[in-house]
Ligand binder design. Structure first.
Ligand SMILES: C[S@@+](CC[C@H](N)C(=O)[O-])C[C@H]1O[C@@H](n2cnc3c(N)ncnc32)[C@H](O)[C@@H]1O
Length: 234
């Protein structure tokens, strides 16, 4: 199925992005899920604020995961917390298809997905103060120095996240790339919008409630240490 621009929107021209569009293989099951489930569970991109109570058909805690990959973490979290609503954003279309299959298998009613650049969704679709939590697990580390500018965690992104979280809301991050962890700590530590909840002033112990992600398992196979961060919106 080819989605048209009314479904996913055409990304706006912006100089630097945190992703490169990969073609990637899509399975028949994922195509079927996109064709059948996107109309009810997908949130098409339009530069206009969403009414999340209307989208989810209720008022509940709202948790956004940016860069869901294949959505396994999102589906697991949503299964464990039927009291909360989950929005997952991913630019890679097969990942959205895989996630929709998981939502269908679990008969979940508290998950929606967006197949667009999360920065634009945050800027134009998510109202100020509308989120209780934002999860950013294993964001692309862009290890080469010339690519560091592509890292999504930068002061303007942190300010954008702060504006979309309600006061007291949580920004949770994890990475298996030590230099990116240090960069996250530096950028978030410099933000006057957030307080680091780490008792040691840097990282937190791995939260028991954070599922092990696919990318995390890959990092573990490579012997990478994992760093968790949790910052609270003032
Ligand atoms: C390294 S993967 C990690 C996936 C998953 N969170 C995990 O831990 O297995 C990072 C993902 O973020 C997605 N991504 C990067 N920048 C994004 C953006 N601006 N908007 C939406 N998705 C993005 C990429 O397509 C990729 O699937």
């Amino acid at each position: 199925m080819q989605q048209d621009d009314s479904d996913t929107g055409t990304p706006e021209k912006r100089a630097i992005r945190s992703f490169v569009m990969r073609q990637g293989r899509i399975t028949r099951a994922q195509e079927r899920a996109l064709a059948e489930l996107w109309p009810s569970l997908g949130i098409g991109y339009k530069p206009a604020p969403l009414d999340l109570d209307q989208v989810f058909g209720r008022r509940a805690a709202r948790i956004l995961e940016v860069g869901i990959g294949d959505g396994e973490t999102l589906v697991e979290l949503a299964t464990r917390r039927p009291d909360a609503d989950f929005l997952g954003i991913e630019v890679h279309r097969p990942g959205i298809g895989h996630c929709l299959l998981g939502i269908e298998a679990g008969a979940l009613t508290n998950v929606r997905v967006s197949n667009h650049d999360a920065v634009e969704v945050l800027q134009h679709q998510l109202p100020a103060g509308s989120l209780d939590e934002l999860l950013l697990y294993f964001a692309d580390p862009w290890p080469k120095k010339r690519h560091h500018k592509r890292r999504i965690v930068q002061p303007p992104f942190v300010a954008l996240v702060a504006s979309r979280l309600r006061p007291g809301g949580m920004f949770r991050l994890a990475t298996d790339w030590a230099p990116y962890a240090a960069h996250m700590l530096e950028v978030l530590g410099a933000s006057t919008d957030f307080v680091n909840t780490s008792p040691s002033g840097d990282y937190i112990a791995r939260p028991a409630e954070r599922p092990e992600t696919k990318f995390e398992r890959r990092g573990q196979r490579l012997g990478h240490e994992v760093f968790d961060l949790a910052f609270q919106r003032r």
